[in-house]
Design a protein around this ligand. Sequence first.
Ligand code: PLP
Length: 381
Amino acid sequence: MSDRIPLVDLAAQYRVVKADVDAAIHRVLDQHQFILGPEVEEFERAFAAFCGSSDCVGVASGTAALRLALEACGVSRGDEVVTVSHTFFATVEAILQLGAIPRFVDIDPVSFTMDMDQLETVVRVDRDEGRHLVKAVVPVHLYGHPADMSAMRTIADRWGLRVIEDAAQAHGAEWNGRRCGGLGDLACFSFFPAKNLGAYGDAGAVTGNDTRLLERVRRLRDHGRSGKYEHQESGWGERLDALQAAVLSAKLGYLEEWTAARRSHAASYQDLLVGLDLGLPKEAPEARHVYHLYVIRTRRRDDLRSYLNDHGVDAGVHYPIPVHAQAACQRFPWADVHLPHTVQAAATVLSLPLFPEMTRDQLVRIQTLTTQFLECRAVDR
Ligand SMILES: *Cc1c(COP(=O)(O)O)cnc(C)c1O
């Protein structure tokens, strides 16, 4: 019996980075500056350079990054923010934390990212009716594939919208040769351990090219401070800590290589699975997909997932319940929306294992099991 194939293998990754990460952690312990400080500043410089953005502000999580970025862009109680329901809950939670109102549009069924025509319609109606409540939009670069940022830019400029990228799954992804993280007014990253760049705890960042907005995020993350005991405004305690920053700096040096490995495994999956009765991921011509997740589609999703799980392969579902259908949202009128592609995606998506350290053997085993399942079930019918 061969070993289980996990969805993500953080143990295998640690074996690769151990010397660098252990040294980084000991450096912080010796310096004993644990909150902000030089390690955080060093990581902020390096990650801004990685994103091709002018600056980066390290924060405590991806969720904090979203809330602080929205607040810095002027989103407050009663404002509307357009986003998608096919995403991790935190995208919407950040909007709610500011007392703002999420307006959901459906996704494009191929890229799983925001349908830009629907965005345009929502904003046009808002302006035509003289409401002017829609202030910002949060496109999510889901699974590592960027939303259509060309259409996004045109619509945002036409209607005067702030654009906050949810790039939590898109470290190093590109649209027309430009990196996510510098494509909107601000961009939000998560370094949750299983993300493409992961800390050893919670961590996140806001990047962008607008110095004034980034300065506001920098102040908001640290109690609205302008001096040690001077507070310009009421902010939050959402700072990045030095241990996480040091771990992230150590790992950042590997990220390009890891992304190349993810893309190569995705290409292998494509070769191995093409021709089967499955929907496979597609990369738009403008996009560089970083495959945070390798997501296929099938009407027999639940059965295929059980079959793989029973045969030692940890397949997952991202995400089984759309945000607007979550129990937490049922008391709100904005949750009462018709989003057919979103509902369809939640019922049919399946994430196959994908991590840089995967072997050819593991990929082939997954192909064999998937083929067995599809063929034997085809005979059953
Ligand atoms: C992970 C994730 C977040 C939240 O990040 P945390 O660091 O866990 O707070 C937000 N949006 C998306 C799309 C994510 O995948």
